[in-house]
Design a protein around this ligand. Structure first.
Ligand code: DGL
Length: 260
């Protein structure tokens, strides 16, 4: 069984890719909606939450965990890999494919404030700085607006993407797992020469490679939240890419609604 978590619905974009690549695998998804968004939460709390959630997913039978959140990966994955012995797969902004394919040698990255401020992100970016100019755009409030299905989303997209387009980037990296939910809208905003870069398929393939020997657990999918089941079910229906999950069971996990 594969355990997957994020601050909210963003990681469902990764879960969807995993399901497309590994359709027989049982999946367990945890949305930490009581603590969402992670984008400006302290590193200490994100680390504590990640540890509690991974332990819970393991207790439920996960034999591999995906941190389907760029922010929690940036802040906590090294400690989580030290703490747990099962494979832990993270997600990182696709700076590498964007940099390697850029013709204008300018790429733009959209990510949360915590991701952009992290040392892991700086190290990743610096590997490619000799080859391309990397324009990092911290997107305060965007993941949360997507999480809430707010009317603010188009305004925030315009605010964050507009300046990058003026700088003649030819790749726009979606460095937060919430952002692929806006990919149709983003595709309308950018000119045809600008590629949107989303690492969901690459993460799903990495999961396939790292998955320990298959266990005899039949395919099933369970969604869990530290927030409210009804609100979770409702927001899923707002996004076409997530509608395949509309009949999945949603469980509320009281154990994870606070930090002990
Ligand atoms: N979806 C997450 C990420 O990839 C977290 C966004 C947030 O909670 O701020 O960064």
């Amino acid at each position: 069984m594969i355990g997957v978590f994020d601050s909210g619905i963003g990681g469902l974009t990764i879960l969807t890719k995993i399901h497309q690549h590994l359709p027989d695998e049982a999946l367990l998804y945890f949305a930490d909606q009581a603590f969402s968004p992670y984008g400006n939460l302290s590193a200490q709390i994100i680390t504590q939450r990640s540890e509690l959630i991974i332990q819970y997913l393991i207790d439920q039978g996960a034999h591999l965990v995906v941190i389907a959140c760029n922010t929690a990966t940036a802040v906590a994955i090294d400690q989580m890999r030290e703490r747990f012995s099962i494979p832990i797969v993270g997600v990182e902004p696709g700076i590498k494919p964007a940099a390697l394919n850029s013709q204008t040698r300018k790429i733009g990255i959209l990510a949360t404030e915590n991701t952009v401020a992290s040392s892991r992100y700086t190290a990743l970016m610096q590997r490619f700085v000799p080859h391309v100019e990397v324009l990092s755009q911290p997107c305060k409030g965007l993941a949360d607006a997507i999480e809430q299905g707010s009317d603010e989303v188009p305004v925030l997209l315009e605010q964050y993407v507009g300046p990058l387009l003026e700088a003649s980037i030819d790749h726009l990296v979606l460095g937060c797992t919430h952002y692929p939910l806006m990919k149709d809208k983003l595709a309308q905003m950018v000119s045809p020469g600008v590629m949107l870069v989303d690492t969901g398929d690459a993460v799903a393939m990495e999961v396939g490679r790292r998955l320990p020997e298959r266990r005899a657990i039949p395919y099933q999918i369970t969604l869990m939240t530290s927030g409210q089941a009804e609100a979770f079910a409702k927001i899923i229906l707002c996004y076409d890419d997530l509608r395949w999950l509309d009949s999945a069971e949603i469980q509320v996990v009281p154990l994870l609604q606070s930090i002990p």
